[in-house]
Design a protein around this ligand. Structure first.
Ligand code: PEP
Ligand code: MN
Length: 380
């Protein structure tokens, strides 16, 4: 389903001029000292725009630390007064929203478990109605773009104009190098679907460790994300939640300093002419690819005519397995990954089967339709 969703540009909810906007702070607000010390070190770096802290924590298993709740809200208010940083917390029900609004919290984020549940998102949206709060919506735990867009739509329909999206990766049953698999194309497509949408990457929950934070942050910057949300703790080793992925404010600054910021556009004429020439070559190859695919489909249709005359099925599994094997091996020699060649051949095969099916069955199916129609008109 196409949407014509539009939100206000990032400049409407932060005065920050330069990419990346940085949101940092602990996974959980644990004590007044931990919150204030972390916040003051982050503020002193001059690199953090918004202070984050989880107050109500959605934990996978019961019996673990579930956050300090409303007790932590005055600490966050104090952070705002003493450092000037905006404050962001997670809300997961209407009560959380009312509490956050009461304490003057600036940014509310909807967590990945909540954004997967339309009832929860709707309850949160209803509680926000009429306020001019900024809302950041994390991707749902499952890799479903429409569900993410649906959550944004619900918040937007509640009259909230300042909306951003946070990409924190997606759950998978398979063990991977990531805690949550990024599936980068999903946020990239989201940005195309929602006009002006500010996009923030949360490398902490994608990685689940400190070691990969720089690599994932750099990738987000190269994909032109607007900001980063990175968890930081005065002493990560004793953190009550997500200890393995939090960094000290000092390490955060090192990561930020090492990011290479590339421009989405350039006015350098030498660079532009080289780029134009290279893009011209890409365009030619893309055109050739389409023409070759057209030729391939025509051959598939000829095969279908032969098969039809000889009463042979469309699919011969053995032949297809050979095609895949041969071309995956060839692709490997040419520097193409196995997954890519496999996926590409699967798509081509599907299209080929559709064409063959049309040749072999269309006339027959059409005649049934015709018979049905005639039958109907004769009884009607
Ligand atoms: C968090 O930001 O600490 C958090 C719980 O995130 P998510 O909803 O992405 O798991
Ligand atoms: Mn966390």
């Amino acid at each position: 389903m196409k949407t014509t969703l539009k939100v206000e540009p990032i400049t409407s909810w932060t005065h920050h001029k330069q990419r990346p906007l940085v949101i940092s702070g602990p996974c959980s607000a644990e004590s007044k000292e931990q919150v204030l010390q972390t916040a003051h070190q982050l503020a002193a770096s001059g690199k953090v725009d918004i202070f984050r802290a989880g107050v109500w924590k959605p934990r996978t298993r019961p019996g673990t630390f579930e956050g300090m709740g409303s007790t932590a809200l005055p600490w966050l208010k104090q952070v705002k007064q003493e450092t000037g940083m905006g404050i962001a917390i997670e809300v997961a029900n209407a009560k959380h929203v009312y509490e956050a609004l009461k304490y003057g919290i600036d940014y509310l984020w909807i967590g990945a478990r909540s954004s997967a549940n339309p009832f929860v998102v709707q309850e949160i949206a209803d509680a926000m109605q009429g306020s001019d709060i900024t809302v950041l919506i994390k991707n749902p735990v499952n890799p479903e773009l429409e569900l993410w867009i649906g959550a944004i739509e619900r918040i937007s329909k509640a009259g909230i104009k300042k909306i951003g999206a946070i990409h924190r990766g997606f759950s998978s049953y398979e063990k991977t190098a990531f805690r949550n698999v990024p599936h980068w194309l999903i946020p990239v497509e989201l940005k195309q679907r929602v006009e002006n949408l500010p996009l923030i990457c949360d490398p902490s929950h994608i990685c689940g460790n400190r070691e990969m934070l720089l690599e994932v942050s750099q990738k987000a910057m190269d994909l032109n994300f607007d900001g980063l949300m990175i968890e930081s703790h005065i002493d990560p080793s004793v953190a009550l939640s997500d200890a393995a992925q939090q960094v000290t404010p000092r390490t955060l600054v090192c990561i930020l300093n090492r990011l290479v910021m590339r421009n989405p556009e350039s006015t350098d004429s030498d660079f532009l002419s080289v780029l134009e020439e290279l893009r011209g070559r890409i365009d030619i190859y893309d055109e050739q690819l389409i023409e070759i695919l057209e030729k391939r489909m025509n051959v598939a249709k000829s095969i279908a005519h032969c098969k039809k005359e000889n009463n042979i099925t469309i699919l011969q599994t053995k032949r297809w397995a050979e095609v895949v094997q041969k071309n995956v091996a060839l692709g490997e020699k040419k520097g193409l990954t196995n997954t890519f060649v496999n996926d590409m051949l699967r798509l081509i095969h599907q299209e080929s089967i559709n064409h063959q099916n049309q040749v072999m069955n269309e006339a027959r199916i059409n005649s049934v339709e015709l018979e049905e129609k005639n039958g109907l008109s004769s009884t009607g």
